[in-house]
Write a protein of this length. Structure first.
Length: 177
């Protein structure tokens, strides 16, 4: 059954919003000027929307989008003489491939982190939330929890170690590492 235009629009917006940072990181890593990178992202997003009906839902959206961004990059290099690739073409191709691989690894690590956070005790999750989502400093957290700063630092160090080991085990178990 075919998707309605509204359903297709909703799906595209959700996918693009979820992957936009990685797509932009891919572009920005290859372009000196931020405004040129913004232009390439905008052109890439337009092409993504135009071709979204062709996108294989089983495929990796970021990889597909970065492939289109790569073509936009090289088209822009040819169009604007002032915008040159940071490396010769063959090196730029290898670099782009490595960037895509790194973005995939980052995604696997992020997903593993999410699963590992769920395994923490509620108090540990709350401490992580206060520190990183609330962006509170250790002094403020210590005051709020009525603990010493040293105790908060020790707890955060222990949690970081737990998360690091959990992420590594998860990646090994999934064959990502």
């Amino acid at each position: 059954m075919a998707m309605s235009q509204d359903e297709q629009t909703r799906e595209f917006v959700q996918l693009f919003a979820r992957h936009q940072r990685r797509i932009y990181a891919f572009i920005r890593a290859q372009v000196r000027d931020a405004s040129d990178a913004d232009d390439i992202l905008q052109e890439t997003s337009a092409v993504l929307w135009e071709r979204f009906a062709e996108f294989d839902r089983q495929a990796d959206f970021t990889r597909w989008a970065c492939g289109i961004a790569r073509r936009k990059l090289f088209a822009l290099y040819r169009l604007k003489q002032r915008l040159r690739p940071l490396w010769p073409d063959e090196l730029a191709e290898r670099y782009a491939d490595q960037l895509l691989e790194l973005l995939g690894e980052e995604d696997a690590r992020t997903q593993a982190l999410g699963r590992c956070l769920e395994k923490l005790e509620p108090e540990q999750r709350e401490l992580i939330r206060l520190r990183y989502q609330g962006e509170a400093d250790v002094r403020a957290i210590a005051a709020r929890l009525r603990r010493t700063e040293s105790a908060v630092y020790k707890a955060l160090t222990k949690i970081h170690d737990l998360l690091l080991h959990c992420i590594e085990r998860t990646l090994v178990a999934e064959g990502t590492r």
